[in-house]
Design a protein around this ligand. Structure first.
Ligand code: NAP
Length: 334
């Protein structure tokens, strides 16, 4: 059996924000699986900001996609042909690399088997996957908010941010959030339960934080980096804790690893900055997923997914994700 896979490939290395011509639709002929391999039909593809880093030539854990190669990403799919006793045809699997395509061949040992018992399978790309585990790790693993503490979350209407806001509220914190439009801010307060939301595109973040938290922030969850991280460091209370989750404001630039210019303020105020990587929490995934499911069952956790149809829509959806046009977790149904 030969399958003609369709895949989104890198046509041109983006300069600044990605443009639609940076991507192209390609094909690849896939043979029948060799011993130990499976052929998978992807059902759901995840859109994640870190993929932008793999499109650049900057060094980092993400690697660099060669021109003409398919993009890497997370996906859930169904095994349609198998030469592995561990993953027979009909199994559902998660891949952390074979996104952005409709079919792929891979060694069964590289894939994570999934059960449909916990609800819709696409959840493993969102709440029960990278973004939910990231939010859990940043809030409960790093920041450990105490009741009554004031905690700030930026990019709060995004996939990680929306879960982080709600977990912080569940821990009893007072949550100040920021997002890039008035509509997003209304949703962050009205649906997610944040106490205040700042539209950083219209309002001055430093001024708003000074007004809303005159004693300073006890904790902050940073998805954005760059100038927002500098504002955050200045807004921290003595002994404040910052969880460094991402730096999306820098991903289109020439040095996404650039540091804040006011780091010494952290020394003066005894503020801790803790970087964290969700991968370090994957061994705890079953317990984390159980806790997220419990939060949902308590009514303390809303998870919004924006579903876009078809592989061809993926490049534009990725551009929309990075530019802030979307809300919640963005998924492609293949
Ligand atoms: N540490 C880890 O293991 C880990 C794992 C997953 C994700 N992450 C990081 O977590 C962050 C959020 O990821 P996500 O998947 O949840 O994406 P997301 O928040 O759903 O989407 C990105 C959002 O970032 C905001 N944004 C984009 N450019 C910005 C800028 N220049 N300034 C301020 N906000 C900007 C936009 O929302 P607005 O409309 O609000 O601007 C956009 O919707 C990213 O930095 C990502 O790399 C880290």
């Amino acid at each position: 059996m030969t399958v003609q896979a369709r895949q989104i490939v890198l046509a041109r290395r983006p300069q600044g924000a990605p443009r639609i011509d940076d991507f192209a639709l390609g094909t690849a002929a896939l043979a029948a699986p060799a011993a130990g391999e499976v052929l998978v039909r992807n059902l759901w593809l995840s859109l994640d900001p870190y993929v932008r880093l793999a499109l650049s030539e900057q060094p980092g854990l993400h690697g660099t996609v060669p021109l003409g190669d398919p993009l890497p990403g997370m996906a859930v799919g169904e095994v349609i042909a198998s030469a592995s006793a561990e993953l027979p045809a009909g199994s559902f699997v998660l891949s952390r690399v074979h996104g952005w395509r409709d079919h792929y061949l891979a060694p069964a040992a590289e894939l994570q088997p999934l059960s449909t018992a916990a609800g819709p399978i696409e959840r493993y790309l969102g709440l029960y996957g990278l973004t939910g585990i990231t939010a859990w790790g940043g809030i409960y693993g790093v920041l450990k908010p105490q009741p009554g503490e004031t905690l700030f979350v930026n990019a709060a209407a995004g996939a990680v941010g929306m879960v982080a806001v709600q977990l912080a509220k569940r821990a009893g914190a007072r949550v100040i959030a920021s997002a890039g439009s008035d509509a997003k801010c209304s949703w962050v307060t009205g649906t997610l339960g944040a106490d205040h939301a700042i539209n950083y595109r219209r309002e001055d973040l430093a001024t708003c934080l000074a007004e809303l938290a005159p004693e300073g922030l006890a904790a902050a969850f940073d998805n954005v980096g760059g100038e927002q991280l500098e504002v955050m460091i200045d807004a921290m209370a003595p002994r404040g804790r910052i969880a460094l989750c991402g730096a999306i404001a820098l991903y289109d630039g020439e040095n996404y690893r650039a540091g804040p210019c006011n780091l010494f303020a952290a020394v003066e105020k005894h503020v801790s900055l803790t970087g964290f990587n969700a991968g370090f929490y994957f061994p705890q995934a079953p317990q984390i997923i159980a806790d997220l499911a419990a939060a949902e069952a308590e009514g303390a956790l809303v998870h919004e997914e924006t579903i876009i149809e078809g592989l061809e829509a993926m490049p534009q959806s990725f551009i929309d994700l990075l530019s802030g046009a979307s809300r919640g977790k963005l998924l492609i149904r293949v």
